[in-house]
Design a binder for this molecule. Structure first.
Ligand code: ARG
Length: 277
């Protein structure tokens, strides 16, 4: 699907699920960003997270809150708990034991909030960490977390073609650390090519010839861990190199400071699960 370059960008109201970092800590290390020796400032993490939540609300979006549970320090990364497309929920199944109980907390939230089409997965998938929804496809990362078998499960659940993409750099262990959807009505994305295998890079070039291509300093700032409403693109403020290319395409970049959550290996997108109706 292509977009008329003269038509203005348009934000559409979204519904997000977020979970406060009230119990955020780095007590184990399951990605290269996590160093349990580095202290985490929880009040600062909460303030940064509230800033993100309030920014969504001020942009007219709905933010639902999942109650954080003690002993689940990564629960703030709510994007990993499920994938929702057209009101259908594909639950998560975490790769590491430390995060396993988060899947049930999410399922329980969906069951008690009016969702009736809930699929409990057989294969490992960490929700929107590895699934990205564009107009035509579900892009699906693999290599570090999601099982390749989860791709078939997502295709069956959502009835959309699932495009498997191989991640090769452990710093970009989830698809959403290396690629962001900018316009989900027109298949527009931004991504960091070195995070992908050569074959997957070729697939991305073929599907998204006009993508915004990120450079290393912006990728390392987790600049691809971004959320777009079709107009505003919320992204880590340190990813300065992405601001101009986004503006040139008519987007409004909104820099956020989530430095404390970066210690867990996540930023804007990781904290945000989109509930697509
Ligand atoms: N510490 C978490 C983990 O390694 C971070 C998850 C970040 N979430 C994301 N959607 N990329 O699982």
């Amino acid at each position: 699907m292509s977009r008329n370059p003269r038509s203005p960008r348009c934000a559409t109201p979204r519904r997000y699920l977020m979970c406060s970092p009230a119990h955020f800590k780095v007590t184990y290390s399951i990605n290269p960003w996590m160093d349990p020796a580095k202290p985490v400032d929880v009040p600062l993490a909460i303030a940064q997270w509230e800033d993100l939540r309030d920014r969504y609300r001020s942009l007219g979006h709905t933010v639902e809150e999942l109650t954080p549970r003690p002993g689940l320090p990564d629960m703030v990364f709510a994007a990993n708990g499920a994938t929702v497309v057209g009101g259908r929920v594909l639950g998560a199944r975490f790769a590491y034991r430390e995060r396993e109980p988060e899947a049930e907390a999410h399922l329980e939230w969906f069951r008690t909030h009016g969702f009736t089409e809930i699929h409990e997965p057989t294969h490992i998938n960490e929700g929107e960490g590895d699934f990205a929804v564009t107009a035509s496809y579900v892009l699906a990362g693999r290599g570090f977390r999601a099982s390749p078998l989860s791709h078939g499960e997502a295709q069956e659940c959502f009835g959309r073609p699932v495009i498997g993409l191989d991640l090769i750099d452990p710093r970009y262990y989830h698809l959403d650390t290396a690629l962001a959807v900018l316009d989900d009505t027109a298949d527009e994305v931004m991504y960091y090519p070195p995070a992908f295998s050569p074959g997957s890079r070729a697939v991305l070039r073929r599907l998204f010839p006009d993508a915004v291509i990120a450079e290393e300093p912006d990728a390392v700032a987790l600049g691809l861990n971004a959320v777009s409403d079709g107009l505003h693109v919320l992204l880590p403020q340190a990813a300065l190199g992405l601001f101009e290319p986004l503006r040139e395409r008519g987007f409004e970049p909104v820099g956020m400071d989530l430095s404390e959550l970066l210690k867990g290996g996540g930023s804007v997108k990781c904290c945000t699960q989109e509930l697509r109706s």
